[in-house]
Design a protein around this ligand. Structure first.
Ligand code: G3P
Ligand code: CA
Length: 320
């Protein structure tokens, strides 16, 4: 009797283990949702409201685009400058600089008056903290303040299993100002222990950049951390040789979704080369030829077979 019960128990445990393994489906890892600038379809990008909502919508990762304040603090901001997503023009009307000239075509068409910009790197964190980062999106978010990279780390890390997805934006801009963005970032990652294997299990992190030298440097300085090379174009072509070259320093590619629409074969070829494929950006306002953004995401994930995607609408992410 005891032997029979023990045998049943063992079988039950084996079956439970088998079920668990089946649920994890080796060889077909779960697709991953990255909240693009937080749940930015519903709350102002890179605010605590957008990050918290993304986590409530059960994303796998919350994205942080990174910029640097005048006093050397990493902040979560998509643009190099502050005027699109804050009231900096009202608070600091005399602190703008001339923006780079408009493209020649725009000038030929009559162009625009000289554009001014308020570079984040010209303002201290204390000054940036005075700005309202919510009203441009909706007056109900008027209390939204800048989120520092450290605050984002602390917020996400408090929820085990939730991941960070920092993008090193514009490293060449900072280099031109004598600032080593990568050095600052690596110091922060190491200080927080985010590159340690035990940390990566509880707080996964994937680093991204459009800047290839930066991704190459991440491979050297943070070799244990996954990193993807973002792409606005495939340049002269995504050949097997180019894929092998990318694999030598990155763990994945991050193409604009239009590139995969034009060349869907790249998904399987990149994966065949050992690279993950993470496409950007999926949003209700731009679902292309699809009836809904959910349908569009399904197509890319389950027909083309990409591994992950960036979306403004994480609640629409189709999990199978
Ligand atoms: O980082 C992936 C995607 O966010 C790239 O586009 O311009 O929104 O940073 P962007
Ligand atoms: Ca980004």
């Amino acid at each position: 009797m005891f032997t029979a019960m023990r045998t049943a128990g063992v079988l039950s445990a084996v079956f439970a283990g088998f079920t668990m393994v089946m649920a994890q489906a080796p060889g077909t890892p779960a697709k991953q949702a990255i909240a693009h600038r937080g749940a930015s379809g519903y709350a102002p990008e890179h605010t605590l409201a957008a990050y918290r909502l993304a986590m409530e919508q059960h994303v796998d990762f919350v994205e942080q685009d990174l910029a640097i304040s005048k006093d050397g603090v990493l902040i979560c901001l998509h643009d190099d400058s502050l005027e699109r997503t804050s009231n900096v023009e009202q608070v600091f009307p005399d602190r703008s600089t001339a923006a780079p000239a408009a493209p020649a075509g725009a000038q030929a068409r009559g162009g625009q008056a000289e554009r001014r910009r308020w570079l984040a790197n010209d303002f201290t964190l204390a000054e940036i903290r005075r700005l309202d980062f919510g009203s441009w999106f909706n007056p109900k978010f008027a209390d939204s303040r800048i989120v520092t990279w450290q605050e984002a780390v602390d917020l996400v890390r408090a929820r085990p299993g939730m991941g960070l997805y920092p993008e090193l934006k514009s490293p060449p801009l900072y280099t031109s100002r004598g600032i080593d963005m990568m050095k600052l970032f690596v110091e922060s990652v190491k200080k927080n222990g985010l590159d340690r294997p035990e940390s990566l299990k509880t707080t996964p992190m994937i680093i991204q950049s459009f800047d290839e030298p930066t991704v190459r440097r991440i491979a050297q300085e943070l070799p244990g951390v996954p990193r993807i090379l973002l792409m606005e174009s495939f340049g002269s072509g995504m050949t097997e040789a180019r894929l092998r070259d990318i694999k030598s320093f990155a763990t994945g590619i991050g193409p604009a979704k239009a590139l995969l629409e034009a060349q869907p074969d790249v998904v399987k070829r990149a994966q065949g080369a050992g690279l993950t494929v993470t496409a950007y950006t999926f949003r209700t306002a731009n679902a292309g030829r699809f009836a809904s953004v959910r349908d569009e995401m399904s197509h890319y994930l389950y027909t083309l077979g990409i591994d992950a995607l960036f979306t403004d609408n994480p609640d629409q992410f189709p999990r199978k």
